[in-house]
Design a protein around this ligand. Structure first.
Ligand SMILES: NC(=O)c1ccc[n+]([C@@H]2O[C@H](COP(=O)([O-])OP(=O)(O)OC[C@H]3O[C@@H](n4cnc5c(N)ncnc54)[C@H](O)[C@@H]3O)[C@@H](O)[C@H]2O)c1
Length: 355
């Protein structure tokens, strides 16, 4: 049996990172249709992939009896569309982040659970062999007790100045912390086995997006007078097990590196991990000791088509009736931290988190 598949939202990411990888799964998947409110784009992609185009995703759902759908619309629409789809009995792969806030995320997770359907979140970064090496180190207990984790994901000038990311409704009303901070925190929590947060203190800043003279250095174009999203954020999170998690995330900052750069470090009392890359980490090393020597270990990593691995994992979870590897419940933990940082910033105090 082939999975009857639809994709909602066929902009850059929907086309390149969902549709194209899905075409390589043609022994398991039949791509039936796409839905996008942009008529020109919908028709162009529909003729490229020779599949039906709908301007209204609900019409696609009513007419096509699909088994699974990818949702790759702007973030502010993710949870509503996911709930609509799940309520029609269809499995969903929702691109990151699962929702604009914790309440939305919980509602999606509860709907999937009630309906007994597969829900996966599109953190393609999870399929990076570098991260998977780190997970193996953690699973084998080679870190000992982890106690401090640090993550940095910053662009010098990379405010994504298109409505998907900066229009308040489409973006979910949040900036860098939600848009790219979710990758950083997901990578870190994966290595920390999704330990639950207890409290958060943080601050978000708007330092570049609201300045006219800055627009030309970034991506796209926008009216800086209407820009009020965060373009930098910091947070300190206390996790269960006496673990401290520190993060810094920025769409823009006065740093030396031109490219988006990520750095992750997990310190344990037996070993430590350092990793670099972008939204996904691509390079990782493990630091420990033998009886007489301090040691540094770097794996020889294979190259993988990370987006293919993501859609394949989702499709296999349906075909084999098992839990997808990137769960909605993990996003509940992740979004409790993101919401906590926004709340701490507004209230100017540390906030307790109870899950
Ligand atoms: N994982 C990644 O690396 C990554 C990278 C970029 C974007 N994304 C995520 O993917 C999502 C889309 O980003 P993008 O870069 O492809 O944006 P985009 O603007 O290129 O594409 C979004 C598409 O959704 C369509 N759309 C909007 N409202 C719709 C609706 N109600 N029904 C159907 N279609 C609708 C738009 O017309 C557009 O074609 C965002 O949530 C973003 O966070 C992820």
């Amino acid at each position: 049996m082939k999975i009857r598949y639809g994709v909602i939202g066929v902009g850059g990411h929907g086309r390149n990172r969902h549709l194209i990888p899905l075409t390589k799964l043609n022994d398991k998947v039949e791509i039936i249709a796409i839905a996008d409110v942009n008529k020109e784009r919908c028709e162009e992609v529909s003729s490229q992939f020779k599949i039906k185009c709908y301007l209204d995703y609900m019409e696609m759902i009513e007419k096509e009896s699909l088994d699974a759908v990818s949702i790759v619309t702007p973030t502010g629409l993710h949870s509503k569309i996911a709930i609509d789809i799940l309520n029609r009995g269809i499995n969903v792969l929702v691109d990151k982040p699962l929702g604009a806030n914790l309440d939305e995320v919980k509602e999606v997770v509860n709907t999937a659970r009630k309906k007994g359907l597969k829900l996966m979140v599109g953190y393609w970064s999870r399929f990076s062999p570098a991260l998977q090496y780190g997970e193996e180190i953690v699973d084998k207990g080679l870190l000992g007790e982890p106690y401090v984790a640090y993550g940095y994901l910053v662009r010098r000038r990379g405010i994504p100045g298109i409505p998907t990311f900066i229009d308040k409704t489409l973006s979910g009303g949040k900036g860098a912390l939600l848009d790219i901070g979710c990758y950083l925190i997901d990578n870190l929590l994966t290595l920390l086995k999704f330990k639950k947060p207890k409290s958060v203190v943080g601050k978000v800043y708007t330092k570049f997006g609201n300045k006219k003279e800055e627009v030309k250095f970034n991506w796209g174009s926008w009216n800086p007078e209407n820009f009020s999203l965060d373009d930098y954020a910091v947070g300190l999170v206390k996790l269960e097990g006496d673990v401290s998690l520190i993060i810094e995330v920025g769409w823009a900052a006065n740093v030396s590196h031109m490219e988006e750069k990520s750095y992750i470090r997990i310190l344990g009392d037996r070993g430590g991990i350092e990793a670099t890359g972008h939204e996904a980490i691509t390079d990782i090393s493990f630091h420990s000791r033998t009886e007489n020597f301090l040691t540094d270990t770097k794996p020889a990593l294979r190259k993988v088509d990370i987006y293919f691995e993501m859609v394949k994992a989702f499709v296999d979870s349906i075909l084999q009736d098992r839990e997808p590897p990137v769960t909605g419940q993990e996003s509940v933990i992740l979004h409790s931290i993101i919401d906590g940082i926004y709340r701490s910033s507004i209230e100017d105090k540390d906030v307790k988190i109870s899950l």
